[in-house]
Design a protein around this ligand. Structure first.
Ligand code: 6PG
Length: 469
C-alpha cells in the first residue's frame, strides 16, 4: 500500500535537494522526492533509510499523488527555463490550493510572472531564497520566503523546523509579498560577492606586502575569525589556507587557477541596483573582478608589458593589525550597500521588507553569516527608517575606529600596485556618501552646456538653463 501522507515534496535531488529533504525528515516530517535521474532517486531512498519517512520516485504522477493536501512541493532545480518546465510537468497532477515553492536562485521578475500564471490556475507559488550550500541544506540553511503570506503559513512549521537556529530563533522569516524572497536572496548573494572579493584581496595584500605564507595566513584568518571579523567566509578562508594538495606538494590553494566563475546573482544585484538608483560600488567591483579574473590570457600578456616596482615590505604584525581593521571597515560598507539596496527595493516593488528581520535570519545558516549581523539587526531595530547603516550611532563609532586603517592600506596598496578595488571602492563610497558637497555641480554644468539639460541652483528655487557659449 502506498503511503499517501507525505508532508513535503521536493523536486530536484541533486546534493542540495537530497540534503534538504533529509533535513526535513530529521524533523518529524515525512518527505517525498522526485528526479528524472534514477540514480539520484535510489541514492535518496538508500540514504533516507526508512521509506515511510523518506521516499522518492522518478515518476511524476506517483510523486504528486504521494503528497498530502494541500501539497507542498519545493523545487531545488537550476534557475531559468528548467523551473518553467518543471512547473508545466507538475500542473496536470495538481489540485486547487496546492503550493509550489521555488527554492532556487531565480530572477525575481521570473517569480512574479510565475506567481501570476499559477494564480490563474488556482495554484499558490512563491519563491524562497535558500542559503548555506550543501551543508546548510542538510544541517540548517537560512531561508528567505516571499509571496502569499497565507501560502507561506502552510509551510512555515516545516521551514522553521529545518532552518538554522541562532539563539534558538529559526533563521527563516516571511520577507514580504511577490518576489520579496528571491530579491532578498539576490542581494544576499551580492553581499556574498563583496565579502568574497574583500577576503581574497586582503589575502593578496598579506602575501605581497608582508610575505605571509599559507600557514601564517591560516593563523591570521583564524585569529580574525575570533574578533570583529567573525564570519563564515573568514572561517572557511582560514581552513582553505591549510588544506594540503593531495595531488602534489604544498597547499591546494596555490594550485587553483585564479579565474573565478559566476552564475549571475551578483551581476543581477548590480544591474538592479543601477535600475533603482542605489550605489553599491563594492558589490559592482566584486562582479568586475570576477570578469577581470576570467581574462587570464590577456592578464598574462599585459603583466609582461608593465613592470611593477618591488613592493615595500611592511612589518608583518603592523600590516596584520591594519588589515583586520580595514577589512572590517569594508565589510561594514558592503553590508551597508546591500541593506540600502533592500530598503529602496522595498519601496520600489512594494515588498514591505523589515531590514532588522532580514539581518536576523542571516545570523546563521547562510554564506554571509557574521557576528556583525547582530549589530546590523539592532541598528535597524532601533530605527526601522534608518536610511543607511552608516548613519546608525553604533556604526559611526565602528567606522571612526577603522577608517584610518582603510586609508593607510589604500595608500599602501596604490603605491605598491596591489589591486584592492573592494577596499578602494568602499573607501571612496564612504568618502562620497559622507561629503556634504560633491563636485557634481560641474557635471550638471557640462550637461547643460552641451545638451541644455538644465540645472538647479543652490541659492534659489527653479530650473535653470544658461547659454554657455
Ligand atoms: C548560498 C550561495 C549559493 C550559491 C551561489 C554561488 O547562499 O548558498 O549564494 O546560492 O553557491 O549562488 O554563486 P556564484 O556561482 O555566482 O558564485
Amino acid at each position: 500500500m502506498q503511503n499517501t501522507t507525505y508532508d513535503f515534496g521536493l523536486v530536484g535531488l541533486g546534493v542540495m535537494g537530497r540534503n534538504f529533504i533529509l533535513n526535513v525528515a530529521d524533523h518529524d516530517y515525512t518527505a517525498f522526492g522526485y528526479d528524472l535521474d534514477p540514480e539520484k532517486v535510489s541514492a535518496l531512498i538508500k540514504e533516507g533509510g526508512d521509506k515511510a519517512r523518506v521516499n522518492a520516485s522518478g515518476d511524476i504522477s506517483s510523486f504528486v499523488t504521494s503528497l498530502s493536501l494541500p501539497r507542498k512541493i519545493m523545487l531545488l532545480v537550476p534557475a531559468g527555463k528548467i523551473v518553467d518546465a518543471v512547473i508545466e510537468s507538475l500542473l496536470p497532477y495538481l489540485s486547487p490550493d496546492d503550493i509550489i515553492i521555488d527554492g532556487g536562485n531565480s530572477f525575481f521578475t521570473d517569480t512574479d510572472r510565475r506567481e501570476a500564471y499559477l494564480q490563474s490556475k488556482g495554484i499558490h507559488f512563491f519563491g524562497a531564497g535558500v542559503s548555506g550550500g550543501a551543508e546548510g541544506a542538510r544541517k540548517g540553511p537560512s531561508i528567505m520566503p516571499g509571496g502569499s503570506r497565507a501560502a507561506y503559513k502552510e509551510v512555515q512549521p516545516i521551514f522553521e523546523a529545518v532552518a538554522a537556529k541562532f539563539n534558538n530563533e529559526p533563521c527563516v522569516a516571511y520577507m514580504g509579498p511577490k518576489s520579496a524572497g528571491n530579491y532578498v536572496k539576490m542581494v544576499h548573494n551580492g553581499i556574498e560577492y563583496g565579502l568574497m572579493q574583500l577576503t581574497s584581496e586582503f589575502y593578496d595584500l598579506l602575501q605581497k606586502g608582508g610575505q605571509l605564507n599559507n600557514n601564517e595566513l591560516h593563523k591570521v584568518y583564524t585569529e580574525w575569525n575570533k574578533g570583529d571579523l567573525q564570519s563564515f567566509l573568514v572561517e572557511i578562508s582560514a581552513k582553505i589556507f591549510e588544506k594540503k594538495d593531495n595531488l602534489g606538494q604544498g597547499q591546494l590553494v596555490d594550485k587553483i587557477l585564479d579565474k573565478a566563475k559566476q552564475k549571475g546573482t551578483g551581476k543581477w544585484t548590480s544591474q538592479n541596483a543601477m535600475d533603482i538608483g542605489i550605489p553599491i560600488p563594492t558589490i559592482d567591483i566584486a562582479v568586475s573582478m570576477r570578469e577581470i579574473s576570467a581574462l587570464k590570457q590577456e592578464r598574462v600578456l599585459a603583466s609582461k608589458k608593465y613592470e611593477r616596482r618591488t613592493i615595500d615590505l611592511e612589518k608583518k604584525q603592523i600590516l596584520i593589525e591594519k588589515a583586520e581593521k580595514a577589512m572590517f571597515f569594508a565589510f561594514i560598507i558592503t553590508y551597508a550597500q546591500g541593506m540600502h539596496q533592500l530598503r529602496e527595493a522595498s519601496r520600489e516593488y512594494g515588498y514591505e521588507l523589515r531590514l532588522a528581520s532580514i539581518a536576523k535570519i542571516w545570523r546563521a545558516g547562510c554564506i554571509i553569516r557574521a557576528s556583525l549581523l547582530e549589530d546590523i539587526a539592532k541598528a535597524f531595530e532601533e530605527d526601522k527608517d534608518l536610511a543607511n547603516l552608516l548613519l546608525a550611532p553604533s556604526f559611526v563609532l565602528k567606522i571612526q575606529d577603522s577608517v584610518g586603517a582603510a586609508r593607510e592600506l589604500v595608500a599602501y596598496a596604490a603605491e605598491n600596485g596591489i589591486p584592492m578595488p573592494g577596499l578602494f571602492n568602499s573607501l571612496s563610497y564612504f568618502d562620497a556618501y559622507t561629503s556634504e558637497r560633491l563636485p557634481l555641480n560641474l557635471v550638471q554644468a557640462q550637461r547643460d552646456y552641451f545638451g541644455s539639460h538644465t540645472y538647479e541652483r543652490t541659492d534659489r528655487e527653479g530650473i535653470f538653463h544658461t547659454d554657455w557659449s
